[in-house]
Design a protein around this ligand. Structure first.
Ligand code: GUN
Ligand code: ZN
Length: 316
């Protein structure tokens, strides 16, 4: 037998279970051809509730007791996952996805103002109830207007106790696209900094194509990275660099990123990280031990979420 704290998944999309394993040449075609069409279906309350209930059961089946989770842009999709988590006494942090441009009809927000009002109403409905928390959730800089990003940053300042979650620097084509949309920004990460979206309890998925200034910026603002090895391998995105994160003092933790990731199992995620490291040029003495991979999926993950002492560790 083995007694261990529940695992913490720091970045996962509950509506994407059914696109898991859908092959694409990279992130952007994968979003357009599989993920956006699937997420549109979550406008339907019954579909959202059925998928939310099934998803929470799957997390628990895999030993995951805490998760930071994307819903879809439909406010009812947040209600569905919060209800499902509450029924199982899960610690779940989730948010309505903000995406007011470059998205298909049925998924794109009507406008920035309404999407921010919906976000605030959901914060008031769910944040701090039982073990539930709210995460302000701009999908990524390419699908949000500057107005929506800045509005999200204002909400994050107004509700400093909430989480923030998004994606950054996952794929080279995505990075180029964001640079062309925000030519005044020094880097992709800088778009979020300018909008007031870097702070403690802000978790950015992937963080592959960051430079040293970006990593220092993450460390100074206390924002953290969610490393998603199975997703990066599956979509051919590139590789997160744990040693560079450590050197910069930037916090990071492990995540499945399902449906980009290929399994909800923390053992698959840790194994993916290990496979990547085996192929890297990192000197042997600097490599993560099995214990360190485990820490970044439990106690270390609790720390980046600001939940140390609440979960991720059996220590008194
Ligand atoms: N970037 C923007 N949206 C997504 C998503 O749903 N999954 C992943 N992996 N990256 C994204
Ligand atoms: Zn993701």
């Amino acid at each position: 037998g083995c007694l261990a704290p529940g695992f913490i998944d720091t970045h996962v999309h509950y509506p994407q279970l059914d696109v898991m394993g859908s092959p694409a040449s990279g992130l952007l075609p994968w979003l357009e051809n599989y993920t956006f069409p699937l997420e549109r279906r979550f406008a339907d309350e019954d579909i959202a509730q059925e998928c939310a209930d099934f998803f929470i059961g799957q997390l628990l089946h895999h030993g995951v007791t805490t998760a930071l989770c994307f819903a879809t842009s439909h406010p009812n999709s947040v209600d569905a996952i919060m209800r499902a988590a509450q029924a199982q006494r899960m610690r779940l942090i989730a948010g309505k996805v903000l995406q007011d441009r470059h998205s298909p009809a049925g998924l794109q927000d009507a406008n920035a103002e309404q999407s921010l009002q919906q976000t605030e109403a959901l914060i008031q409905r769910w944040h701090g109830r039982d073990r539930l928390g709210y995460a302000i959730t701009p999908r990524f800089a390419a699908t949000s207007s500057g107005q929506q990003l800045h509005g999200a940053g204002e909400l994050a300042a107004q509700y400093p106790d909430t989480w923030i979650q998004s994606h950054v620097a996952e794929n080279t084509e995505e990075v180029q696209w964001v640079q062309s949309l925000f030519p005044e920004a020094r880097s992709y990460l800088d778009v979020y900094q300018q909008a007031g979206l870097l702070r403690h309890k802000a978790i950015y998925a992937h963080c592959i194509y960051l430079d040293e200034r970006d990593r220092r910026q993450m460390a100074e603002t206390l924002a953290s990275a969610a490393a998603c090895p199975t997703s990066n391998l599956f979509l051919g995105s590139g590789f997160f660099d744990p040693q560079a994160a450590l050197a910069a003092g930037m916090g990071w933790a492990l995540a499945s990123d399902v449906g980009g990731g290929t399994s909800l199992s923390p053992f698959q995620t840790m194994l993916g990280g290990f496979f990547v490291q085996q192929q890297s040029r990192c000197p042997q003495q600097d490599r993560l031990t099995p214990q360190a991979w485990w820490w970044h999926h439990t106690a270390g993950a609790a720390q980046v979420l600001g939940l140390q002492g609440m979960c991720g560790n059996l220590a008194p």
